[in-house]
Design a protein around this ligand. Structure first.
Ligand code: MBD
Ligand code: FE
Length: 284
C-alpha cells in the first residue's frame, strides 16, 4: 500500500466542495438567520458595510478593483471555499471572543476539516495506513476540571493531516477515518494516544484563497498541528490545536491560530517522540 497519493487530483475545488458539504450537514441550523433578532442583524450588517465603505473612500477604490473583488467573491463560492476563507481569516477572532471567560485550557479554531463521530481508537492507536509516513508520536495526558477533579468520562477526538498535508475525507485516495479517532480517559482521567507527527501544512493554493494569497504576496502555510476536541459531560467543549516548537510558521500562521499555551514539548523516545500534554475543562 502506498502512503503518498497523486497530488494532482487533490484539487482546491474538490476539498472545498467537501468542506462545504460537511458544514451543511453538521451545522445546517446556522444556515437560517431567521432566529437572530433583527436589531442585532441591523447593527452588525450596518457596521460591517460601513467599514467596507470607509475602506473604499480612504483608498479611493476604483471600478476595476471593485469588479476584481466581485469576480473573486463569485469564484470563492464556486470553489466551495467559503469554509476555508472564513476559518483561515475570521474564525480566530470569533474563537477568542467565545472563550475569553474560560479558566481552563486555551483553545483555538476548529478549521474546515473536522468530522464528528470518529470511531473509538483501538489499542490507543489512531487508524493509519501500512507504512504511514511520519515520526511516531506517543502522547500521554490527563483530563481534569478547573478544580482538579479527574474527568473519567472525558474524551479526546483527534484529527490531523498526513505527512503530505492531506486530511482524510477531504482529499482523494485516503481511507475514510485515516488519522481520525476518539480516545477515552480511564478511571484516573488519563488518556494515551499513538499517532504520527504531522508535517507543516499549506492550505490549498489552486483555488480562490490561493489567488488572494498570491495576489497579496502572502504565504499559505500553517505550522504542523494536531486538532482536538476535548469533552466531558457537564463541561464546556474544548476545541484546540497543538503545535510543535521550532516550526518556522508558529509565528506567522496564515490562520493566526497559534497561542503559546498550545505549544507541545516533545521529547525523543525510541524511534519517535513522546508528548506530555493535559487538558483542563471549564464547567458548563
Ligand atoms: C487547516 O488544516 C486548518 O487547520 C485550518 C484552520 C484552515 C485550513 C486548513
Ligand atoms: Fe488543520
Amino acid at each position: 500500500m502506498t502512503t503518498t497519493h497523486d497530488e494532482a487530483v487533490a484539487t482546491a475545488a474538490a476539498s472545498g466542495a467537501s468542506a462545504t458539504d460537511r458544514f451543511r450537514t453538521d451545522k445546517s441550523p446556522y444556515e437560517a438567520v431567521k432566529d437572530v433578532p433583527k436589531e442585532r442583524v441591523d447593527e452588525l450588517a450596518r457596521e460591517v458595510l460601513s467599514a467596507v465603505h470607509d475602506t473604499i473612500r480612504k483608498h479611493k477604490v476604483t471600478y476595476d478593483e471593485y469588479n476584481a473583488l466581485k469576480a473573486w467573491l463569485i469564484q470563492v463560492g464556486q470553489d466551495g471555499e467559503w469554509p476555508l476563507f472564513l476559518d483561515v481569516w475570521v474564525e480566530h477572532v470569533v474563537e477568542d471572543v467565545a472563550t475569553a471567560h474560560r479558566k481552563g485550557n486555551k483553545g483555538t479554531i476548529e478549521g474546515p476539516y473536522y468530522v464528528p463521530d470518529a470511531p473509538d481508537a483501538v489499542d490507543n492507536t489512531i487508524p493509519m495506513r501500512d507504512g504511514e509516513a511520519g515520526t511516531p508520536l506517543v502522547w500521554k495526558g490527563t483530563i481534569t476540571a478547573v478544580d482538579g477533579t479527574p474527568l473519567t468520562e472525558g474524551k479526546v477526538e483527534l484529527w490531523h493531516a498526513d505527512n503530505d498535508g492531506f486530511y482524510s475525507q477531504f482529499a482523494p485516495g485516503i481511507p475514510e477515518w485515516n488519522l481520525r479517532a476518539t480516545f477515552h480517559a480511564d478511571e484516573q482521567g488519563n488518556f494515551e494516544i499513538h499517532t504520527i507527527q504531522p508535517a507543516p501544512y499549506q492550505i490549498p493554493t489552486d483555488g480562490s484563497c490561493g489567488k488572494l494569497i498570491a495576489a497579496a504576496g502572502w504565504h499559505a502555510w500553517r505550522p504542523a498541528h494536531l486538532h482536538v476536541k476535548v469533552s466531558a459531560p457537564g463541561y464546556e467543549l474544548l476545541t484546540a490545536q497543538l503545535y510543535f516548537p521550532g516550526d518556522p510558521h508558529n509565528d506567522d500562521d496564515i490562520a493566526d491560530a497559534v497561542k503559546p499555551e498550545l505549544l507541545l514539548d516533545p521529547q525523543p523516545e525510541g524511534d519517535g517522540v513522546a508528548i506530555d500534554y493535559s487538558f483542563v475543562l471549564d464547567p458548563e
